[in-house]
Design a binder for this molecule. Structure first.
Ligand SMILES: Cc1cc2nc3c(=O)[nH]c(=O)nc-3n(C[C@H](O)[C@H](O)[C@H](O)COP(=O)(O)O)c2cc1C
Length: 215
């Protein structure tokens, strides 16, 4: 196979990102960009982000998860703590999150440390989920090898019958992680590949320092 994509080329011309126009705190700029993209571009899952972890095998691995909340403290997503990513984070909490919003010609890259959120917060979010998603979390030993699809369908049916009419409790193996950022880079595509890149880094006194990076 030989598929040449050399002619895939796009000029980025929509917006600019200037030091004079940004907040001292990158979470405020994140919030601004998130809402601008969410409201002005019809891109579906604005909150879909890639999380890269360093696995127990030493390889980095990236996959998409959904951002469910962000505050000044960090970025929260939910998953199975016993999944491949869950085990990777337990072993090495250093992770990278990234967002690519092509319609807005924007990318955000976040380095941070992941930790489990408080149990009561995971309980609260689990309770708010539709029953089908709650059952799905119970059914799936995420990242384990299974024989076939029927294994899942059968387990779901059995659980549905067993728990009919009952409230479903959050399983302890499922919950939220918060990624507390130490570095956040904002990338805005510009003409002639001279893109704007502003990088915030947290120093030892917990102040954010801002630098412009060459594209
Ligand atoms: C749009 C999208 C959203 C997803 N959201 C989540 C999520 O919020 N939590 C999650 O555990 N997996 C989510 N997944 C599935 C993950 O990408 C991944 O397959 C799963 O978490 C298992 O990853 P692991 O085996 O590396 O731990 C999502 C996938 C896509 C494509």
């Amino acid at each position: 196979m030989n598929t040449d994509l050399g002619n895939y080329r796009k000029s980025y011309e929509k917006q600019e990102l200037l030091e004079t126009n940004v907040s001292d705190n990158p979470m405020e700029l994140f919030q601004k960009w998130f809402h601008e993209v969410d409201e002005n571009f019809n891109i579906g899952e604005t909150n879909a982000m890639t999380i890269s972890t360093i696995g127990l095998d030493g390889f980095p691995k990236s996959r998409v998860v959904l951002l469910k909340k962000f505050t000044y403290e960090g970025f929260i997503f939910y998953t199975n703590y016993e999944s491949e990513k869950g085990k990777a984070i337990t072993n090495n909490p250093n992770v990278c999150l990234s967002f690519f919003w092509p319609a807005a010609e924007r990318q955000i890259i976040i380095k941070g440390k992941a930790e489990k959120i408080a149990e009561n917060l995971s309980d609260g979010y689990f309770e708010s989920r539709p029953r089908g998603s709650q059952l799905g979390a119970l059914v799936s030993n995420q990242s384990n090898v299974i024989k076939n699809r029927e294994v899942l369908e059968d387990k779901l049916k059995t659980l549905e019958a067993k728990l009919e009419g009952q409230e479903i409790e959050r399983p302890k193996f499922w919950g939220g992680f918060i990624v507390k950022p130490v570095e956040i880079e904002f990338w805005q595509g510009r003409p002639n590949r001279l893109h704007d890149r502003l990088r915030y880094q947290l120093d030892d006194d917990f102040n954010w320092n801002l630098d412009r990076l060459s594209p």
